[in-house]
Design a protein around this ligand. Structure first.
Ligand SMILES: Nc1ncnc2c1ncn2[C@@H]1O[C@H](COP(=O)(O)OP(=O)(O)OP(=O)(O)O)[C@@H](O)[C@H]1O
Ligand SMILES: [Mg+2]
Length: 221
């Protein structure tokens, strides 16, 4: 990285807050979850909806520094305990017997009311559609800032999710996007530079700050 790139990256990271809204998008397997986790390390209070059980050790065991909730009731109980802590990662796993759509909206509701946290949802397209967004996910996206809630959402394509989720972002983490329609969602911000997204390698991303209106190439570690 040149000095001016390092300077730009530092200016961007200085804009990052626990209540920043971040959307990471790239085709499958490019490293969205991995780079999202790097950003999460900068956030102290987190609720993570871990649909695919990716927030475990390599052996599939619970991570020592995290709290796990299995199912809605367990989540509610543990969120109350977390409220008194300066740092926590509360990782939610769906119980196999629960209705995912209903439970997800309830998780969003309890998360919204808790406030002061970063809400992480992997593969957010499982919970919304272009024409549909669950009530409390919308509340988090549109009014979360008032409750000091930010989010980190990942998805494989912007075309699958509700526009509200990425129109309210402070940062985009944009990886390899083969499809021109997908790249065009970011044309307003990146202009003709969106073509660069077609040629990114796995683990390469453009970090784009909507506040600074600048982007920089970064790699997940
Ligand atoms: N910087 C990196 N160095 C080494 N391995 C990496 C790096 N980034 C990602 N990987 C590995 O590549 C694989 C895919 O990464 P990851 O799960 O983060 O991608 P993803 O885009 O979230 O995938 P999916 O679309 O399936 O959710 C994982 O096995 C991960 O460990
Ligand atoms: Mg992933």
């Amino acid at each position: 990285m040149t000095n001016s790139e390092t300077d730009l990256l530092n200016r961007m990271l200085a804009e990052l807050r626990p209540n920043s809204n971040i959307f990471a998008v790239a085709r499958r397997g490019c490293g969205k979850t991995t780079i999202g986790k790097q950003f999460q390390e900068l956030m102290h209070r987190k609720v993570i909806v871990d649909r695919n059980r990716e927030y475990l050790s390599a052996d599939g065991l619970y991570l020592e520094n995290a709290i796990y909730a299995e199912g809605l009731q367990d989540f509610k109980d543990k969120l109350v305990i977390c409220q008194d802590q300066d740092r926590y990662s509360l990782i939610f796993h769906f119980s196999p017997y629960e209705n995912e759509d209903f439970v997800f909206d309830d998780i969003c509701k309890w998360t919204y009311h808790a406030g002061d946290l970063t809400f992480v949802v992997e593969e957010v397209h499982h919970y919304c559609k272009p024409q549909f967004i669950p009530k409390w996910l919308k509340e988090i996206a549109a009014s979360g800032r008032h409750k000091n809630i930010g989010y980190i959402f990942t998805s494989v394509s912007p075309s699958l999710i509700n526009k509200l989720l990425f129109s309210l972002c402070d940062f985009y983490i944009l990886g390899h996007l083969l499809n021109k329609n997908d790249r065009d969602y970011f044309r307003d911000q990146m202009g003709d530079d969106t073509i660069k997204l077609a040629y990114l390698k796995p683990r390469e991303f453009y970090l784009y700050s909507t506040t600074l209106n600048e982007s920089i190439l970064i790699h997940s570690i």
